[in-house]
Design a binder for this molecule. Structure first.
Ligand SMILES: C[S@@+](CC[C@H](N)C(=O)[O-])C[C@H]1O[C@@H](n2cnc3c(N)ncnc32)[C@H](O)[C@@H]1O
Length: 263
């Protein structure tokens, strides 16, 4: 064989090898992502009907009890936004909630959906850091740089999806840094809390402690972005630690973690 022949053989072998390595990489990556395969996440998963009986299914799937007013994601990836399933879960749970609190408004989509689907006399309180107040943000040494960067870059809204809509009259918008926000005003009063503000460790800890003070007897707290150690790792760390003190459950097929107040 000539040296050109050898070069061709070598490049064919190298290409085949790269395809093989790439498929193996994807295979192991999907295993890591699957719960219970290579690495089991500390927080136990439960199904939606275990969260609330409203999600019980029949032969057609979820029943009309879970019908909601909805806006899907379409083909867009909105930064920091919920998946369609997560938005639907929050909308369904909002149907039974009189007082709802959200850490992290962002575009205001979740606030809008919870307002539209909650009872007519319900109130949705949503807290966010507006662009002109980002200097109030308090970075702690344990916070990951990425979470801090994301929190600040998502703090760019001062007008929201619900602005100017009929849902607005049910929504109380608070502009503040969540570490400065005084939760004692709402002690034991909130039926549904969505923790989705800064995903930095010190903020998840602080927002969670406030959520536990605000939740009403029998009320629910949901956290967004429990995705394992490689994405939003501060949320993963904070919630795993918290799960040693409180009964927290990961909701199957979502990045939501839930706590139901036992009182
Ligand atoms: C992931 S987005 C929320 C998405 C929203 N819940 C939704 O589903 O449409 C995070 C939000 O938290 C807000 N945020 C970040 N750091 C904050 C802080 N320290 N205090 C209050 N809000 C904060 C950001 O401004 C952003 O609006």
């Amino acid at each position: 064989m000539t040296s050109t022949d050898w070069l061709i053989v070598l490049s064919v072998i190298m290409t085949a090898l790269s395809f093989y390595m790439f498929s193996k990489y994807n295979y192991y990556r999907s295993l890591v992502k699957q719960r219970g395969s290579l690495m089991r996440w500390p927080i136990k998963s439960i199904s939606l009907p275990e969260v609330d009986s409203v999600f019980e299914t029949n032969e057609f799937g979820p029943t009309i009890k879970t019908s909601v007013e909805f806006i899907g994601r379409g083909h867009l990836i909105v930064p920091g936004g919920t998946s369609d399933t997560e938005a639907w879960v929050l909308s369904v749970l909002a149907k039974k909630a009189k007082r709802i609190f959200e850490f992290g408004t962002c575009t205001g989509k979740t606030a809008y959906l919870m307002a539209q689907n909650s009872p007519t006399d319900a109130q949705v309180i949503t807290l966010t850091l507006p662009p002109e107040q980002i200097t109030a943000y308090e970075v702690a040494s344990e916070d990951s740089k990425r979470a801090t960067r994301d929190a600040l870059s998502e703090s760019k809204f001062a007008r929201f999806l619900y602005s100017g809509t009929p849902a607005e009259k049910k929504i109380t918008q608070i502009f503040d840094d969540s570490k400065h926000f005084d939760e004692t005003l709402y002690e034991s009063q909130i039926d549904l809390i969505f923790v989705d503000g800064s995903h930095a460790l010190s903020y998840v800890n602080s927002d969670s402690a406030k959520a536990f003070r605000m939740v009403s007897p029998g009320g629910l707290i949901l956290w967004h972005d429990y995705r394992g150690r490689y994405q939003t790792m501060d949320v993963y760390k904070a919630l795993n630690k918290l799960s040693k003190e409180r009964p927290l459950y990961h909701i199957e097929g979502t990045s939501l973690v839930v706590f139901r107040d036992p009182r």
